[in-house]
Write a protein of this length. Structure first.
Length: 290
């Protein structure tokens, strides 16, 4: 079974829409989709069959349609965020075909950080509402926490240690892991606070995916070693101990500094979607999957 994992990255998430379009139009059939933060939003729209609509929405968005800075300074001591995201709230509630999610042929997994219990929690199709997606994308300090039941939640990227594990447990044999940070390290040190914030966000968002990918590859190598030693592979083909191919999809160029996480524009979205499609098709061709 083929799966895709969509990472977080704010406005950079338009790149993932391009990747999804390429996978759904030209790639092998997808049965599983995982996502966190903006990736959770894109995952839900993929599962509800709204990718084309999502692409159009991205191209018509502006920053102020998604969130606005708070201006009620007289309430400053009671703030839990510096932005109000009522625009995102309304779009998720009113424009997603939630009734399609439970019966979707795609099984999706999104995560959020439970700040009450200090744990990461995974939600799947029948559990997910617009509030779960809002919680998964609630970047702390920037956006307010979201209440689900009696607990409060923020962005899942801040506590997700094994992002690919739910996909592996669900039966994935091949996982496309989509990154929103460049593959090559930036050798120049950060020169200001904004560049420092950019590096910190990239580490938080990308490091857990890279570490999980490495752990899966280590397991693959151990399976190969056991098979080479004469063990029958059928004896360890149950879910935790079977080979899983992880294919990384990285932007072929730098997507920008910290502002690229926050500034939403139609022109920028079109550019990122086209780049995502091009990069994904290049990867599919490299692996003989198109």
């Amino acid at each position: 079974m083929n799966a895709v994992f969509l990472s977080g990255g704010g406005a950079r998430g338009a790149y993932e829409v391009g990747v999804l379009k390429a996978l759904l139009e030209r790639g092998p059939p997808l049965g599983l989709v995982g996502g966190v933060s903006i990736g959770a939003i894109n995952a839900v729209l993929a599962a509800t069959g709204q990718i084309e609509e999502l692409a159009r929405v991205w191209q018509g968005l502006s920053t102020l349609q998604v969130y606005r800075p708070r201006l009620d300074l007289w309430k400053l001591l009671g703030w839990t965020s510096v932005m109000k995201n009522h625009g995102l709230h309304r779009r998720l509630r009113d424009q997603v075909h939630w009734s399609r999610l439970a019966s979707s042929s795609m099984r999706i997994f999104i995560s959020a950080t439970n700040i009450t219990l200090r744990t990461n929690e995974i939600f799947t199709n029948s559990q997910i509402t617009y509030r779960h997606v809002l919680a998964s994308s609630a970047i702390p300090i920037l956006f307010p926490p979201v209440r689900l039941g009696k607990y409060w939640y923020i962005d899942g990227a801040f506590s997700l240690l094994r992002p690919l594990k739910p996909l592996v447990k669900a039966g994935a044999e091949r996982i496309f892991a989509v990154f929103l940070a460049p593959r090559r390290p930036r050798l120049q040190p950060p020169r200001n606070l904004f560049q420092m914030a950019d590096r910190v966000l990239e580490i938080i968002i990308s490091s857990s995916i890279a570490a999980d990918r490495q752990q899966i590859e280590n397991t693959n190598q151990e399976i190969e070693r056991l098979a080479a030693s004469g063990f029958d592979p059928a004896n360890f083909q149950h879910k935790p101990y079977r080979p899983v191919q992880v294919i990384g999809i990285y932007p072929s160029r730098d997507l920008g500094s910290v502002g690229s996480y926050l500034i939403v524009s139609g022109e920028r979205a079109r550019e990122l979607m086209q780049l995502g499609m091009t990069d994904c098709l290049r990867v599919l061709e490299r692996y003989g999957l198109v």
